[in-house]
Design a binder for this molecule. Structure first.
Ligand code: SIN
Ligand code: CO
Length: 397
């Protein structure tokens, strides 16, 4: 994506300008971000998803003014004409190619930050109440109309004892009605309340995720622990791959200077110090952080089920096709850094060549692309395995 060219999606801002001026900073309302927008799914298809037990959904409504929430799957949903309900379906991009394709327009933001596409449908008056989210979101109006009130406020206290997050005091700065194709970007903590104006209101939330410092620290420490064991041959690497370069840690603790003790239960100082000294031998470097992040962030959703390729398909390892296209499955997550490639929670057994990086960035790769000529046998084996697992598909031209 050309990050310096103006985009209609961003109201004429370039992705570079948007990221510098709005991302994580302030709301942006974009009229006709996608002119003539057609929803990736219709309401009936969305309701069908909400009936499945491998799809996460919620129904929110009010009864005598009190907020109610129920988790799906739903055998029956409110009938047309019943006011004030909202059905929210999570991770629609896992279940619909069209929804997943919509995400491609937002890939000026790193995939590592992308979470999912949530789609809501609401009847007249439906909404989830005034609240804030912890993550960035683009709210794209897909069908019908929704009134959004939003703004930034200091007081983010929530009403206690409710089944959903509702602000105690909502003091919006803006009040707008969004039509199909309009979009509102909200940074984390922005207060907002969207209410359906009329029936059949559909809103698409393109949501992002951000790890806590605690999750990053824990993940890095766990990856270091796995590496330490891998280096003495007790584990084949955290994900079965060879350990990263680093010092071996198989020397046994020695205490030739240990004096005789009359307090045998006391932990020896030398052992405590030796434990702390060992940490200096563990390499906390870019490669370790990348391996932890790459494997963790590409871990497929527990709702993602891949369809393995039919056994009589092509074999990329032995017979590279002259034409056609390789395409990542919509559920596949793929990242790279330096020479490491990560896919669906694993480290690839092949280096990040130009062809593999292009596949990750573009999510597709033409077999006739000259970069494919430089794919080594390890990379072709990987691609063949991914094809068999249904992580990748081959489309003949
Ligand atoms: C909705 O789509 O109804 C709610 C989205 C949100 O407020 O985050
Ligand atoms: Co929200």
């Amino acid at each position: 994506m050309k990050t310096h060219l103006p985009l209609t999606l961003l109201g004429g801002l370039s992705p570079a300008d948007f990221m510098r001026r709005y991302w994580q900073r302030k709301p942006l309302l974009i009229r006709q971000a996608i002119p003539g927008f057609k929803p990736p799914l219709n309401i009936a298809a969305l309701k069908k998803l909400a009936r499945r037990d491998d799809v996460e959904s919620r129904l929110i409504w009010r009864e005598d003014g009190a907020w109610q929430m129920e988790q799906g799957p739903f055998a029956r949903l409110p009938k047309a004409g019943e006011p004030d309900w909202t059905l929210l379906v999570q991770s629609v991009d896992l279940h619909s190619d069209a929804a997943s394709a919509l995400l491609q327009q937002f890939r000026f933001i790193p995939d590592a930050r992308l979470d999912d596409i949530m789609i809501s449908v609401a009847s007249d008056g439906g909404g989830v109440g005034p609240h804030f989210d912890s993550y960035d979101v683009f709210l794209l109006q897909a069908a019908g109309r929704r009134r959004w009130r939003y703004g930034r406020q200091q007081d983010l206290s929530l009403q206690p004892g409710l089944p959903l997050k509702i602000l105690s005091h909502f003091t919006p700065e803006h009040d707008v009605v969004l039509e199909p194709g309009d979009m509102l970007y909200l940074p984390p903590q922005a207060a907002h309340d969207g209410i359906a104006v009329g029936d059949d209101c559909m809103t698409i939330s393109i949501g992002f995720r951000a790890p806590t410092q605690a999750a990053l620290a824990r993940g890095l420490l766990e990856a270091a622990a796995d590496q330490a064991m891998a280096r003495i041959g007790l584990l084949g690497g955290p994900y079965g791959e060879p350990p990263l370069p680093g010092r071996r840690l198989d020397a046994l603790y020695r205490d030739p200077d240990q004096p005789a003790v009359d307090t045998p239960a006391a932990l020896p100082d030398a052992l405590v110090q030796a434990t702390l000294d060992t940490l200096a031998k563990v390499r906390f470097d870019d490669a370790l952080a990348a391996r932890f992040l790459g494997c963790w962030l590409t871990e497929p959703s527990n709702l993602a089920v891949f369809d393995a390729a039919p056994p009589d398909g092509i074999d990329l390892a032995s017979d590279w096709p002259a034409g056609g296209m390789l395409e990542l499955d919509r559920r596949t997550r793929m990242l790279y850094r330096g020479r490491q490639v990560f896919i669906n929670g694993e480290t690839a057994q092949a280096p990040a060549s130009a062809a593999l990086r292009a596949l990750a960035d573009d999510r597709r790769l033409a077999c006739a692309d000259p970069r494919c000529r430089r794919l080594g046998s390890a990379a072709r084996e990987c691609l063949a395995d991914w094809l068999d697992a249904g992580w990748l598909h081959y489309r003949p031209s």
